[in-house]
Design a protein around this ligand. Structure first.
Ligand SMILES: [Zn+2]
Length: 313
């Protein structure tokens, strides 16, 4: 694999890993740390939603620009710095091939480029990034723009897996890609299953479920058969938590010790949550997390809260 371009903060996921964290230096547990999770900046949805036409690309995204700028400012003020900032999909609203896609992407990258150099960006692909039924072409476009669509990396003894949940949702137009991710995932889960890591944590856009593993299928979860199979695989491998977005509300539940965490959006809210980000603390024993509004996060230093979170059972 050739070296990544120096300074390209959007292409750190290459060769199915993230260049920010060399595995040989990160395999051992070194003590508690935290990271920030965000979801669905989805440039363009607020306008599309307000006009009642969610299927349109959204021809304005000034509000999302401001909200994402606030998120970046809030993260840049944090001390100590988070290990990374993961964005769990639906980076922009315009679907592959739709109008405004290029402009929304350029604006998002411009805003994100202001992130502190010590905070690597981690990108997860959403349905708006790849299309509801992804194709080899839409996946290739994502990889050119944001890096690999699935990959794994280690931080201080913790194994993180980033998955392409569109391949679980509808792989009818790219079955070979689904098979490749499935094979890769089984290998990764066998590492986790042998407990060769302190914890294993997954990021994907579409949650397995939003409240309960037995809930009915709808737009916001994975189909029951797929969900059950994944939940079984994840729980037998000892995965601690799955962090997702897509729902534009905070939600989630547990299944056999697995914490399914659904995080509301930086951008458009579909419920009563505030625009916000989730702070995730990883200790030797557990993974604890709390959602903060952008205002709250920007106004308060996290130091006391991080101490509290580390003590939480
Ligand atoms: Zn989505």
């Amino acid at each position: 694999m050739s070296a990544p371009e120096v300074g390209n903060i959007f292409h750190r996921a290459r060769g199915r890993t993230l260049d920010a964290f060399p595995e040989e230096k990160e395999r051992e547990w070194k003590g508690p740390f935290y990271f920030i999770q965000g979801a669905d900046p989805q440039f363009g949805l607020m306008k599309a939603w307000s006009t009642g036409d969610c299927d349109s690309s959204g021809d304005e995204w000034g509000q999302e620009i401001r909200l994402t700028e606030q998120a970046v400012e809030a993260i840049n003020k944090l001390n100590p710095k988070p290990k990374f900032f993961v964005l769990c999909g639906d980076l922009i609203h315009a679907m592959p091939g739709a109008r405004w896609r290029k402009e929304q992407t350029q604006d998002l990258q411009r805003v994100l480029a202001a992130i502190h150099a010590a905070v690597p960006l981690v990108f997860v692909s959403g349905n708006h990034d790849l299309g509801n039924s992804p194709t080899a072409q839409s996946v290739a476009e994502f990889r050119e723009t944001w890096g690999d669509d699935y990959f794994s990396f280690w931080v201080g003894g913790v194994l993180f897996l980033v998955l392409n949940s569109q391949l679980f949702y509808d792989a009818s137009k790219c079955p070979a890609l689904k098979e490749a991710q499935d094979r890769w995932l089984d290998e990764q889960l066998s590492v986790a299953g042998q407990r060769r890591c302190q914890h294993a944590i997954i990021f994907q856009h579409i949650p397995l479920f939003t409240q309960d593993v037995e809930e009915d299928d709808d737009y916001f979860n994975l189909a029951k058969s797929v969900r059950r199979e994944l939940a079984d695989k994840f729980t037998s491998a000892g995965i601690k938590a799955v962090f997702s977005g897509h729902y534009h509300r905070n939600a989630g539940g547990t299944v056999q010790g697995l914490d399914m965490v659904v995080t509301s959006a930086i951008g458009c809210q579909l419920g009563t949550d505030t625009h916000g980000l989730r702070v995730v603390v990883v200790t030797a024993e557990k993974v604890v997390h709390r959602y903060y509004s952008l205002d709250e996060l920007r106004e308060k230093g996290l130091e006391d809260d991080l101490m509290d979170l580390m003590k939480e059972k």
